[in-house]
Design a binder for this molecule. Structure first.
Ligand SMILES: Cc1cc2nc3c(=O)[nH]c(=O)nc-3n(C[C@H](O)[C@H](O)[C@H](O)COP(=O)(O)OP(=O)(O)OC[C@H]3O[C@@H](n4cnc5c(N)ncnc54)[C@H](O)[C@@H]3O)c2cc1C
Length: 415
């Protein structure tokens, strides 16, 4: 960094699902923004965020993507979820939530991460105020007076930039968060998720299935081309064995665990695996630092909440900055602004972490009595409209204070 280099208003470290969405949210505000990403997108299943997984997007997330002008680029690959079907292996109980009953067009949409990444990065290409620096691996960050510096490697050279606010969007093992002295607690679930795309005998009819088994939950999500994305959670030792099976053996085991709701499973694509943890940063903010997405909290994918919650971090931070931006001189890294952001995020995070972690624990315990309770719970859930509405609202992404972007209101222009 030369002494003459003016600091950026904002530097975002990590251009994955949440970091790229944050850059797009901030772009219309006229701030000078740097976005640093270690892995150039389009690297297929090697990308840490935009790989071959599929993500269930809440309706609030879809509204935000529409407002940011990136939804159209992913609609071709966005499958609506018209119903969620929850069942417990070996029990009669099942719960269904219908979009129709809730007065919704869809409970959410399933989109391949690769398609979300392509749309977000295409959008970034149109933003004159965002300097995309990639592939650039960030190696350090430090507070220096009224700016924070970021050290990174680009084209084999070490470089440094400075910004009034640095945002850690670098995932669950966030280097920037750690280097800024913000720790994270970590609970290993001792479960690993296997993901793959499957071809089924019957059409999914836009139903998302969630099934609880002895080894862990299974999700089967509808895709636009009639195939389904599966997330099969099992204990790590079991996962090694499942990954080593040939396709026919894998399909047979999966069929036993999932049942025949979709007829027979005919083919399975490439499998990938993810170890599952709950991680929570001690704080969302530090001096000239904000933490968003998985860097702030990494969740079990059981309820499809991780990205939807992380995006609400990004949208809330962007909104707090927009609302204080009364002139070009606005500093986005003041303690007051960061405190507003931290306070806003607290309740939403507590609620979603408790809901997700509670589900994992409830459905991971082998206790007989609890199993019965669970089944009763599922049955009761099916006939109790308030409980169903609560799940539907969660699918919509309703939080106490909903960010404007999630309501379809742009941040720039009229307040
Ligand atoms: C199997 C599975 C299924 C899931 N399904 C859903 C779902 O249906 N719905 C949902 O809402 N969520 C889901 N999630 C959660 C979701 O994937 C995460 O919440 C989301 O990826 C978080 O995005 P992020 O941008 O915060 O972090 P990441 O996706 O981890 O991205 C971090 C980015 O930072 C970059 N980076 C890291 N370190 C550096 C560095 N030093 N320098 C520069 N760049 C760096 C990485 O290259 C990466 O691009 C699922 C997760 C899993 C594992």
């Amino acid at each position: 960094m030369n002494a003459s280099d003016a600091p950026y208003d904002l530097a975002i470290v990590g251009g994955g699902l949440v970091g790229a969405s944050l850059a797009l949210s901030l772009a219309p505000l006229g701030l000078r923004i740097a976005l640093l990403e270690a892995v150039a997108p389009g690297t297929g299943d090697q990308h840490p965020s935009f790989d071959e997984r599929t993500t269930a997007l809440a309706n609030g997330t879809v509204r935000a993507f529409r407002t940011l002008g990136v939804w159209d680029a992913m609609t071709r690959e966005a499958a609506p979820i018209r119903r969620i079907h929850v069942s417990d292996q070996g029990r009669f109980g099942s719960a269904r939530v219908d979009a129709d009953e809730q007065g919704l067009e869809a409970l959410g949409y399933v989109v391949p991460n690769r398609a979300i990444g392509a749309a977000l990065w295409q959008g970034l290409g149109r933003c004159a105020t965002v300097d995309v620096i990639a592939p650039a691996r960030v190696t350090g960050s430090a507070l220096e007076g009224d700016v924070r510096t970021v050290q990174y490697e680009l084209d084999g050279e070490s470089r440094t930039l400075a910004a009034r606010l640095v945002v850690a969007a670098d995932g669950v093992h966030s280097l920037v968060r750690e280097q800024s002295g913000i720790g994270a607690d970590r609970i290993e679930y001792e479960q690993t998720a296997i993901t793959a795309v499957v071809v089924t005998q019957r059409f999914h009819d836009h139903v998302a299935y969630e099934r609880f088994t002895e080894s862990g939950p299974i999700a089967v999500l509808p895709l636009t081309d009639g195939r389904c994305g599966l997330v099969w959670t099992a204990r790590p030792a079991e996962v090694e064995r499942l990954l080593a099976l040939d396709d026919a053996e894998f399909i047979a085991e999966f069929q036993r665990a999932f049942g025949l709701r979709l007829g027979r499973f005919l083919r399975v694509g490439q499998r990938a695996s993810y170890d599952l943890v709950l991680s929570r940063a001690e704080r969302h903010v530090g001096p000239r630092l904000a933490v968003v997405g998985n860097a702030a909290q990494g969740l079990h994918p059981i309820a499809g909440q991780g990205f939807n919650l992380g995006l609400r971090d990004a949208m809330s931070l962007a909104e707090v900055i927009a609302d204080r931006r009364l002139g070009a001189a606005t500093d986005p890294g003041t303690p007051e602004l960061l405190q507003d952001y931290a306070e806003w995020r607290e309740a939403d995070r507590r609620r979603i972490v408790a809901f997700t972690d509670g589900l994992v624990r409830l459905f991971s315990t082998p206790l007989g009595a609890l199993r019965t309770l669970r089944s009763l719970g599922l049955l009761a859930f099916d006939v109790l409209p308030p409980a169903k509405s609560a799940l539907a609202r969660l699918s919509v992404g309703a939080a106490e204070r909903v960010p404007r972007l999630a309501r379809g209101v742009p941040l720039a222009g009229l307040r």
